[in-house]
Design a protein around this ligand. Structure first.
Ligand SMILES: [Fe+2]
Ligand SMILES: [Fe+2]
Length: 302
């Protein structure tokens, strides 16, 4: 029973969409599972009042809570720059962006609550280290250019990760992601525009941008998660329609797009192996230091 304590109009636990379709209600585990499997096969959404396997619910809670925590923790490094933004215009843009991230956390907490995950439990799991957030937010932002790079690359990588989630099989998560992605697109653009402005400025400003890009490029590539071969949760999440595109495919897609944007900006990426591979139709890039990734995820800092 997944709707305990939630007041969802018209939703009887175990009824699922089949009730709405006029099919008889069932409480037989095998039939409930068959109904769930049929929805998965037909690419239909699972809603809070529907029966779902416990492992599906737990996977969603883990992913949504990690995403939720990342939105909230992500406000911290940028929030520090609000009072230091170099102009009124930049201050207003950054304020709006940081406020959006708080909103994203709110939409995601609400989506998790429809799965019976309480906010207290989720915050407790974060504070005791049981729940994670994106390791990227452990990297420091010592210059204004880092704020631009967070928008361009970190929000850019987030969009790449999150657009497929708009088609996620769990309705409340998918619908939250549609609005989040629209706002993330503004975040990415403001970062790119901020950097473009600096690149048209002085030599010192251009150097500051390149330094920030050098520092953030490799951690950003880690945002797509471990390689597919090592990703523990990926294949089940793909079968359930929670994850639509693999970590490695998303990472490649991101790199191919970022290379073109870097050319427009006039910056380079710190990777001697980064080059176009005509045979693959993608850019090659050098191996990622996954020891660093696991170390940062483990809470030991960059
Ligand atoms: Fe966000
Ligand atoms: Fe964002």
């Amino acid at each position: 029973m997944y709707t305990q304590g939630l007041d969802i109009p018209g939703g009887e636990p175990g009824a699922g969409n089949s009730a709405a379709k006029g099919k008889p209600q069932t409480t037989e585990p095998a039939e409930l599972q068959a109904d769930f499997d049929a929805k998965m096969a037909a690419d239909r959404k699972i809603e809070p009042q529907d029966w779902m396997p416990e492992a599906y619910r737990k996977t969603l809670i883990r992913q949504i809570s990690q995403h939720d925590h990342s939105e909230i923790v992500g406000m911290l490094p940028e929030g520090n720059w609000i009072s230091r933004a170099p102009s009124l215009k930049r201050k207003a843009i950054l304020l709006a962006k940081v406020q959006d991230e708080g909103g994203h956390g709110l939409y995601l907490s609400s989506a998790a609550e429809t799965l019976n995950a309480s906010r207290d439990d989720m915050i407790d799991a974060l504070q005791t280290g049981k729940a994670k957030y994106f390791s990227i937010f452990n990297y420091s932002t010592p210059t204004w250019a880092a704020v631009g790079v967070i928008g361009w690359l970190v929000d850019g990588a987030a969009i790449m990760n999150q657009i497929p989630l708009c088609r996620c099989s769990y309705g409340p998560y998918a619908r939250a992601m549609i609005r989040i992605c629209k706002e993330e697109s503004f975040h990415q653009r403001q970062g790119l525009e901020l950097l473009l402005n600096m690149m048209q400025g002085t030599e010192a400003q251009r150097a500051m941008v390149q330094e920030a890009v050098n520092r953030w490029w490799r951690p950003v590539l880690m945002m797509f998660g471990p390689p597919d071969a090592e990703s523990v949760h990926s294949s089940q999440a793909q079968a359930w329609g929670i994850k639509r595109i693999s970590n490695d495919d998303l990472r490649q897609k991101f790199i191919d797009a970022a290379v073109q944007q870097a050319e427009v900006l006039g910056v380079g990426f710190p990777d001697p192996d980064l080059k176009w591979n005509a045979e693959r139709g993608h850019h090659d890039f050098c191996a990622i230091d996954w020891d660093e990734f696991w170390n940062v995820v483990g809470g030991n800092g960059p």
